[in-house]
Write a protein that binds this ligand. Structure first.
Ligand SMILES: Cc1cc2nc3c(=O)[nH]c(=O)nc-3n(C[C@H](O)[C@H](O)[C@H](O)COP(=O)(O)OP(=O)(O)OC[C@H]3O[C@@H](n4cnc5c(N)ncnc54)[C@H](O)[C@@H]3O)c2cc1C
Length: 444
């Protein structure tokens, strides 16, 4: 077996790189150590209910341009439903409700109207939020090494706004607490997702289980373009001569000669490969830490809301998704909700039962119009390494796609493409590494 380009890892970064190269005529071999594709975007069947649940509810945004292009190529773009306008309902632990609803105006005015009509914030808060928005448009608004909290304090953002607006965005988009999250990444998210166009601000939810967004469609796309996918095979080490990569060696002992290689494996996995290849000095892999996400799925006998989701305020969980209200028919048998907590270290001491109990109580407290809501079944999903830890110290250690080794490139959500660890960041990094590999793979 030979390939123009071997890609290590079948998450969105590896899949994007593979699709991009195959589209341009390269013979691609994608090696994935698990028996399924998707990396951190996958689904499993729940043992008790038989429903398909995701490893955590994922949300996309209108600004995920390269991700939507990829889904279009696979033919699975209908699996994500984008809102007509950004529309985020809020529910608090005391039963209070609010809503951020965009207007049909050019960005960022679409958000201004929505912000002005929110009840949770005083006029002073709203004025401060607008000022912050204007300041975030400036290139040098963030000081190097600043956290979101330091930035907010310096720019005089009231505590309520820090917690409910900027902190909530940092938690969801950066998967880190406001006191730790890198402010420059928040600025990028605000610029790309909130202050650009109304279309880019829309939230999109997968209406099919995550696995159906890629999986068979991604494999078909590659095999129709002379590509090959090896599942359940781990890349162990690289073979190299002088400055150049010559082959990838799998755990089965197979040797795959290649013109170029892209690693789309997470940092800890790549560090092992580099060590086994005696390349750790030439391709150093930083330890970027990890931030967990926990999801609790609850199944109720009957529906109790017509919302698709809501942002939770002053709760242990950050979001509540009514999956049965937006998933395609038959995806869930009863009313399935998913509560999700980002940067969930604060919940790590809780047992499975305690987590479920907390989730049940938060559903009750935020929906007081439906007292005594009791689920018939529950499931907990921990992802301890959901993303790298986006603190300023870690963010500055992120490497680029290019390595010192000829014809060896890096991709993954931890590679520096200027975005937080997201699907879009992974796809952009994959496309970038593919463009570099394409230029090299066919050169003798
Ligand atoms: C619970 C949860 C919720 C999230 N929510 C969102 C969200 O709402 N929106 C969003 O945009 N992002 C979200 N993310 C982040 C997003 O899922 C990731 O940023 C993205 O999927 C990372 O893709 P990747 O390809 O870089 O890495 P991965 O998906 O980790 O893929 C790497 C692949 O490499 C494979 N691999 C590792 N070592 C080897 C080896 N030696 N040989 C072969 N294969 C190997 C792994 O098995 C894996 O499949 C969430 C993540 C989690 C966990």
């Amino acid at each position: 077996m030979t390939a123009d380009v071997v890609i290590i890892g079948g998450g969105f970064a590896g899949l994007a790189a593979a699709a991009s190269l195959a589209r341009n005529g390269a013979k691609v071999l994608l090696v994935e150590k698990k028996k399924f594709l998707g990396g951190r975007v996958y689904s499993i069947r729940d043992r008790r209910t038989g429903d398909w649940i995701d490893n955590g509810q994922h949300a996309l945004m209108g600004c995920y341009h390269q991700t939507f292009d990829l889904l279009k190529e696979w033919g699975t773009e209908d699996g994500v439903l984008l809102q007509p306008q950004i529309d985020i309902p809020y529910r608090g632990a005391g039963g209070q409700r609010d809503r951020l609803r965009g207007r049909s105006l050019p960005g960022p005015l679409h958000l201004l109207g929505g912000l002005l009509s929110m009840r949770s914030f005083s006029w002073r808060d709203k004025w401060a939020a607008m000022r912050f928005g204007m300041q975030m448009k400036r290139k040098n608004a963030v000081k190097p090494g600043e956290t979101v909290q330091q930035l907010c304090d310096r720019l005089g953002q009231p505590a309520l706004l820090q917690r409910r607006m900027w902190g909530a965005i940092a938690l969801s988009a950066l998967n880190e607490e406001v006191a730790q999250a890198d402010a420059s990444l928040l600025q990028t998210v605000l610029q790309q997702a909130f202050f650009s166009s109304a279309a880019d601000s829309r939230m999109g939810l997968p209406i099919v289980s995550l696995q159906k967004l890629h999986d068979e469609a991604a494999v078909d796309y590659l095999t129709q373009r002379q590509g090959k996918v090896l599942l359940g095979r781990r890349a162990d080490r690289l073979e190299w001569k002088g400055d150049q990569i010559s082959a990838v060696i799998l755990s089965s002992g197979e040797r795959i000669p290649c013109g170029a290689c892209i690693s789309a494996a997470p940092a800890p996995a790549l560090a092992k490969i580099m060590q086994a290849s005696q390349l750790e000095d030439r391709v150093p892999v930083p330890d970027l830490g990890a931030s967990p996400i926990v999801s609790v799925y609850l199944w109720y006998e009957r529906s109790f809301s017509d919302e698709a989701f809501c942002c939770l305020e002053d709760c242990a969980f950050d979001w509540l998704f009514h999956r049965s209200n937006f998933m395609a028919p038959n995806e869930h048998k009863t009313h399935c909700v998913c509560l999700l907590a980002s940067a969930a270290r604060r919940l790590q001491h809780l047992s499975r039962d305690a987590l479920i109990q907390t989730a049940i109580e938060e559903v009750e407290k935020t929906h007081p119009e439906h007292p005594r809501l009791k689920p018939a079944s529950a499931s907990v999903f921990w992802e301890p390494h959901a993303t790298f830890s986006t603190t300023p110290d870690q963010v500055k250690k992120r490497p680029g796609a290019q390595t010192e080794l000829n014809r060896f490139f890096l991709a993954g959500d931890w590679i520096d493409v200027g975005l937080p660890a997201t699907i879009e960041g992974a796809v952009i990094s994959g496309n970038k590494a593919a463009a570099m590999a394409a230029a090299m793979a066919t050169k003798k």
